[in-house]
Design a protein around this ligand. Structure first.
Ligand code: ATP
Ligand code: MG
Length: 646
């Protein structure tokens, strides 16, 4: 597509006071490959170690065994909190909390406040019975106490498993059971878009299926909940008399830090395990260079702490850097579609990091929501979670960024711990729709279906050939599944599951998951490409494309399309859109079916579940697979009805 090769220059404003210029990037990237150990030993110097590591990397992808900094000891909570206080920066703002309602109370926590709150939480967990190595399930609303609970676990050496507050009792039970977690931290209720979410009641239902020794309950909304004697404890009661001292437990670099279940767009969620030292170095370094953070700035990542993005870029990355992180309890469209921009203006946000699904949704509602607010504080915009189609990229760039600030499109995964492929704001010009270049130490490789390396400009399966500090070490309790999922397709390489194109400038374009590639009459096409073409049409808000069995072509193209607010569906529009795609990409990409739908099935993290759409496209309604991570099951029922009527 023509517009995909267009450069957008990084604005001059991005170049001032930066952590990394173009020359520095080239030099550092080269040295990160040439002498990886020396490079990472140097980055690791910004971490406070109790015992400095003498060994840097020790890994193999065949057999699979990954270790970084293995004889070092540290505590990531010390690095995120205590050391800033000890360095005299206790007054600096660590967390700004913006509540669900714009009229609610903003709470601000300095690093000294966070230290006090984390110690209180840590000692309360100990009082409950939590010990080093125990798994603690955190099922919390987006409130600072959620972050405190994570940091408290890290402080005492317990392994946290955060479950997004929108998950159902079944999903909680499955995850609690999978990692044999005896302890749960939750709240009475959550609050999103003025609706309450019965967190404690959901935990109670989950605990009819699995057992827990103790449940700690934060009073948040004040809603009514039932408490089981001996098992459930109010946080404010149990914490009333705990000590205000709690040492940070010295952890080996390879001690587990957390388990996080992936969002489940491809199958049964996996308990991805991250360890302490490598993850600390990776999140500290990626945050520093990619977000190019400068002292005093306000950083806002809109993800939930229940996703890896929240772990790495609300909690561990920003706090290890002594940054000010904004935490937002609510949703983008409450009380109105301008909430994100209202919050940006209110707190003078400098760096804003969100997902394409949110960008597309807000774009659909019109520019006036953005234009109402003074967004002059913004210096950098970021995107993560799915390929961002060039149309949405441009809207983000022009309407939100007024063409004066860079966008970073960060490609990464739960399994990678932090960003892997992205432009750096001052080092690289951008191409809308391309994530950009590999971060330090990241060695991407494109391979064909037989695993042979593709050189230069090429399209293929995205693998990583060298370990990086933030890499997941295993699937909790199932190392075999870890090997099977990531290292068996192309032995000796980490396979990401994503398809990707590298252009002549060495920029990477994620084309979607490999499972989603469609093969039309022998032509392989990424679903992202067809979706981008559809979304480029002014009447289309969102599109999801899947393949379906086709007698002649092998696979046909099935497009689910959501229209802009107020646009009526019609046969004429359907024909027009097919022509449109044909013109944008070529006759080979002409859609066979266009299925208008008011909504697409998404995971709770907002990703389109193409796996389910594929089944519906194939008329296979009985075998939709695991649907526990679906945000709104009603959407699927409606789509099935629509399919049957075709
Ligand atoms: P599961 O692994 O359970 O199916 P998931 O892959 O959606 O779920 P995540 O780890 O949250 O879970 O998402 C990582 C995936 O998201 C990547 O593999 C990629 O497909 C997609 N992704 C993330 N960021 C980007 C980006 N900037 N551009 C393109 N795709 C992205
Ligand atoms: Mg995945």
């Amino acid at each position: 597509m023509s517009d995909q090769s267009e450069w957008v220059q990084r604005p001059a404003s991005a170049l001032k006071g930066t952590n990394c210029t173009a020359e520095q990037y080239e030099k550092m990237y080269a040295s990160s490959l040439q002498d990886s150990d020396a490079f990472w030993a140097k980055q690791a110097e910004r971490i406070d170690w109790f015992q400095k590591p003498s060994k840097i990397a020790n890994w193999s992808f065949d057999p699979v065994d990954i270790k970084w900094f293995e004889d070092g000891t540290l505590n990531i909570c010390h690095n995120a909190v205590d050391r800033h206080v000890e360095a005299g920066n206790g007054d600096r703002t660590a967390i700004i909390f913006e509540p669900d309602s714009p009229d609610g109370e903003v709470r601000t926590f300095s690093y000294a406040d966070v230290q006090r709150e984390v110690i209180r939480m840590a000692n309360t967990l100990k009082k409950l019975g939590v010990a080093k190595g125990d798994r603690v399930t955190i099922y919390m609303p987006m409130v600072p106490e959620g972050a405190f609970a994570m940091l408290a676990c890290a402080r005492i050496g317990a392994i946290h498993s955060v479950i997004f507050g929108g998950f159902s009792p079944d999903a909680i039970a499955g995850r609690v059971d999978d990692c044999e977690s005896d302890w749960i931290v939750t709240a009475d209720e959550g609050l999103r878009g003025s609706k309450t979410i019965p967190l404690k009641a959901n935990v109670d239902s989950a605990l009819e299926k699995v057992s827990a020794k103790g449940v700690l309950v934060l009073r948040h909304t004040g809603g009514d909940v039932s408490m089981t004697d001996g098992r459930d404890h109010w946080y404010h009661e149990l914490s009333a008399e705990v000590s205000d001292e709690c040492l940070c437990e010295p952890m080996n670099a390879e001690d587990p830090l957390f388990i996080l279940y992936t969002s489940g767009s491809t199958g049964k969620p996996k308990g991805v395990l991250h360890t302490t030292g490598g993850y600390a170095v990776w999140t500290e370094t990626t945050f520093r260079y990619i977000f190019d953070y400068r002292d005093g700035e306000v950083f806002w990542c809109t993800a939930d702490i229940g996703w890896v993005t929240g772990h790495s870029y609300i909690v561990y990355g920003p706090l290890q850097n002594g940054a000010t992180a904004l935490m937002f309890e609510g949703v983008p469209n409450y009380p109105d579609h301008d909430r994100f921009w209202q919050v940006c203006a209110k707190h003078k946000v400098n760096i804003f990091y969100t997902a394409p699904t949110a960008i597309r949704a807000l774009m659909r509602e019109g520019d006036h929501h953005v234009e109402k607010h003074d967004l002059s504080s913004l210096r950098l915009l970021g995107s993560v979670g799915e390929p961002i189609n060039p149309e949405a990229w441009r809207w983000y760039h022009e309407t939100v960024g007024k063409e004066r600030i860079p966008i970073i499109d960060t490609w990464w995964q739960t399994e990678t711990g932090g960003c892997m492929i992205t432009t750096l704001p001052a080092a690289h010009d951008m191409k809308p729709g391309s994530a950009g270049k590999p971060f330090f130490g990241v060695q991407p490789q494109l391979v064909d279906n037989e695993g042979a390396e593709l050189e230069g400009a090429a399209s293929g399966n995205l693998c990583i050939t060298h370990s990086w500090p933030g890499q997941a070490r295993t699937v909790y309790g199932d190392h075999e599944r870890f090997i099977q999922t990531y290292f068996s397709t192309y032995p000796g390489k980490y396979f990401t599951g994503d398809g990707c194109r590298r252009d002549e400038d060495g920029y990477y374009w994620i084309t979607g998951r490999v499972d989603d590639v469609i093969n039309v009459s022998g032509h392989r096409m990424g679903t992202a490409e067809v979706e981008s073409a559809l979304v480029l049409h002014p009447k289309v808000s969102e599109a999801a494309v899947v393949g379906f069995p086709h007698d002649i072509k092998g696979q046909g193209i099935y497009c689910y399309v959501t229209l802009m607010d107020g646009v009526e569906e019609s046969d004429e529009l359907s024909a027009e859109l097919r022509q449109w795609v044909r013109k944008e990409i070529g006759p080979i990409a002409t859609p066979d079916h266009l299925h208008f739908t008011p909504a697409l099935p998404k995971t709770r993290s907002g990703k389109i579940m193409r796996r389910i759409l594929r089944k519906i496209g194939e008329n296979e309604f009985g075998s939709l697979g695991d649907t526990s991570t679906l945000a709104d099951p009603g959407v699927v029922d409606a789509l099935i009805e629509g399919r049957k009527n075709r």
